[in-house]
Design a binder for this molecule. Structure first.
Ligand SMILES: [Zn+2]
Length: 184
C-alpha cells in the first residue's frame, strides 16, 4: 500500500502544463468529488458513486482547453466508450518502480494515439463539447486507478462502493491543500 501512495503522489495536474495542483485549484474547481463525498446530489442524478474529479474552469469556459498527461506513461486506450457521452476516453498506463497506475481522461478530443509514449505535461487532448450545459456541461473527468483500465477503459462501478474503493484513488487526497482535503 505504501508504494501505491508514493506513486499516487507523483500524479500531476491534468489541466496545467506544469502539473501544479496548487495553481490548479486557483483556476479550476471540482464539480462532483470522489466517491461519496458529494454523494447525495450525485447519486440522485446518476445512480452511482463517482470515480474521480470533474474539473471545471472557474471562467465557465472549458471547451477546447488543453489536457496534459499527469505523469510519464504509455497511452493504452483512445476511443469512444459506451455510456460516456461528450468526446472520447483516454487511458495512460504509468510505471513507478514496481507499481503501476492508470490515469483516465474523459469527455475529450484526443491528440494522441494508442501506443504512444507520453511525458508528464504533454498535451494529450482538449476538452470536448459535452451536451448538457451548466454545472455538468463541458469538463474534464479525471480519475486515477489501481486496476488495469487498459483492459476495461469504461470501468464504472456504479453503486458498488467496495469495487470503487478497490480500484480508484481519490485524487483530492494528494492534490488538495491540507486544509481543504478533510472536508468529508
Ligand atoms: Zn466525472
Amino acid at each position: 500500500m505504501g508504494s501505491i501512495l508514493e506513486a499516487v503522489k507523483l500524479i500531476r495536474s491534468p489541466v496545467r502544463a506544469d502539473g501544479d495542483w496548487g495553481a490548479t485549484w486557483k483556476e479550476w474547481w471540482d464539480a462532483t468529488g470522489f466517491g461519496h463525498r458529494t454523494v447525495a446530489e450525485y447519486i440522485k442524478r446518476f445512480r452511482s458513486y463517482h470515480t474521480g474529479l470533474d474539473l471545471n474552469h472557474r471562467s465557465g469556459i472549458d471547451l477546447g482547453r488543453s489536457v496534459y498527461a499527469a505523469a510519464d506513461g504509455v497511452v493504452c486506450f483512445v476511443g469512444k466508450v459506451r455510456g460516456w457521452r461528450g468526446g472520447s476516453v483516454i487511458v495512460i498506463e504509468h510505471e513507478f518502480g514496481d507499481t503501476r497506475l492508470w490515469t483516465r481522461y474523459a469527455h475529450v478530443d484526443p491528440a494522441v494515439n494508442q501506443g504512444q509514449v507520453v511525458s508528464a505535461g504533454e498535451v494529450i487532448a482538449h476538452i470536448a463539447d459535452y451536451p448538457p450545459k451548466g454545472r455538468i456541461g463541458d469538463h474534464l473527468h479525471f480519475d486515477v486507478a489501481v486496476c488495469n483500465l487498459c483492459n476495461n477503459p469504461g470501468l464504472w462501478p456504479g453503486l458498488d462502493l467496495e469495487r470503487l474503493q478497490a480500484c480508484f484513488v481519490d485524487p483530492v487526497l494528494f492534490s488538495m491543500p491540507e486544509s481543504e482535503s478533510n472536508d468529508s
